[in-house]
Design a protein around this ligand. Structure first.
Ligand SMILES: O=C(O)CCC(=O)C(=O)O
Ligand SMILES: [Fe+2]
Length: 442
């Protein structure tokens, strides 16, 4: 599996151009007339041809030495941002997108320009060594039972985890076993459906809706009846997510608290806590007049009350996208969400409480952390329309290792990462002190 960037003046580019002209010949002129601004941005960055122009994408890495950044570059001037001081005085930096001065945080009259306060970008926050540790952790330690992955629904996965089975199969192709569909062993199977996928519109979680949410039935999803036995070597590229902490039930888009809290890896937890504690929150939320709900702002206490307890590891192959969505299943609606990028770079879009705001495009590279915090940013639409092919940084290649044995050990990770982006997305479901199992009066 190789990744290639379409460079102008090449045979591949001319071929893609011809295919594009053929495919778009009969496309109606007003195809985009009913797209929301968010949808229009998704389409723009998703397009394979012509490859997207990233000059409107905020690329904070360009503020440093940009000789190592590779083919895909955005611009450091694409969007207005401000640097905020970090408590850690080690050269790392943090940036936030300011509100338009003198205006409340959301406007009905001019939705185009309104972005919620609370977004922090921390370029290269995670050290190169920690990035490698987190990649290994995601694949070899985390993406296996008891943590669910998207593939567990449909396949009887190897007990050691798909990645570890793949490491063996790579060394010895005879061990590239066929993984069997669950439908062969399950009594309940999904009936094939020809209609569009059902959209689940979940109610935002809150302490008030918690009891209803926790008693909503959460049946296990039925395995597909049409899936075929698949070798480990190709299934590894179909892994899309692995659950962290409290178990998420995709059918209802609610957490299934009956399964218990799950675990959070110590190293991951410490990266998230370090990120949250290093920000001077008064510089971010102090000037804002946002509505924090009946108990008022809680950012003043995040140093003590932030506690990550759930999340997801997303695995993106080059053509995968994550459509505009809001993460609103967490009872804690304001506490920071920490999102760590690893592997290939991506375009991340962040809008506002509706899809009608033109989103800000931000180029995220391996090691960058993003924090979404506060009442409006935590409920803002966001998505990932584009993985930037061929953007694996040098420190995630085995040539970065001087030691031969270490280089050899990293080889399978480099091979997988050459077409992959990993995002570790960590949240706080419960405000500190909220006991999900306490008896509440009806
Ligand atoms: O991949 C990313 O950067 C964002 C992922 C995300 O929004 C999510 O997991 O909810
Ligand atoms: Fe999200």
């Amino acid at each position: 599996m190789t990744s290639s960037i379409l460079l102008p003046d090449t045979k591949e580019y001319r071929k893609a151009h011809k295919q594009y002209l053929k495919a778009t010949k009969n496309r109606p002129k007003d195809i985009d007339h009913d797209w929301t601004p968010f949808r229009a941005a998704e389409k723009k960055f998703k397009a394979r041809f012509p490859p997207p122009d990233l000059s409107s994408v905020l690329d904070l890495a360009c503020l440093r030495d940009n000789s190592q950044l590779g083919y895909w570059k955005g611009s450091p001037d694409a969007v207005e941002f401000v640097q905020i001081p970090l408590k850690t005085e080690d050269g790392r930096k943090a940036y936030t997108i300011p509100q338009i001065p003198g205006t409340p945080h959301l406007f009905a009259d001019q939705p185009k320009f309104k972005h919620p306060p609370g977004l922090i970008v921390l370029p290269s926050f995670v050290s190169e060594q920690k990035q490698r540790d987190l990649v290994k952790w995601s694949l070899a330690e985390h993406a296996k039972q008891p943590n669910d992955t998207n593939l567990d629904i449909h396949y009887v996965l190897p007990k050691e985890g798909l990645w570890n089975a793949w490491l063996k199969a790579r060394d010895n192709p005879e061990q590239d076993a066929l993984v069997l569909p669950k439908a062969l062993v399950s009594e309940v199977v999904e009936k094939p459906s020809s209609g569009p996928r059902q959209l689940v519109n979940n109610e935002p979680a809150s302490p008030e809706t918690f009891d209803t949410i926790s008693t909503t039935p959460k049946p296990p999803p039925p395995p597909s009846s049409t899936i075929q036995p698949t070798p480990v070597s190709s299934l590894i590229y179909k892994m899309r997510w692995a659950n962290i902490g409290w178990f998420y039930h995709w059918g209802t888009k609610q957490y299934d608290f009956s399964k218990g809290p799950g675990t959070i890896d110590d190293e991951l937890r410490s990266v998230c806590h370090e990120a949250v504690r290093s920000v001077q929150w008064k510089d971010v939320h102090g000037p804002s007049s946002a509505d924090w709900g009946p108990n008022g702002p809680d950012w003043e206490t995040w140093d003590e009350t932030y506690e990550c307890d759930a999340g997801i590891v997303n695995f993106y192959q080059e053509k995968d996208t994550l459509m505009a969505h809001v993460d609103r299943s967490e009872v804690c609606a304001t506490s920071p969400l920490v999102s760590i990028s690893l592997g290939n770079a991506a375009v991340f879009l962040i809008g506002s409480l509706t899809r009608d705001t033109e989103p800000i495009p931000i180029l995220l590279r391996s090691g960058d952390a993003v924090i979404m915090s506060g009442p409006s940013c935590r409920r803002a639409y966001h998505g990932v329309p584009r993985i930037l092919e061929g953007s694996l940084p040098p420190h995630l290649k085995s040539s970065a290792f001087e030691d031969d044995a270490l280089a050899r050990e990293w080889q399978p990770y480099e091979e997988y990462l050459s077409t992959t982006r990993i995002n570790v997305n960590v949240r706080q479901v419960f405000p500190k002190g909220f006991d999900p199992f306490a008896k509440r009066s009806p």
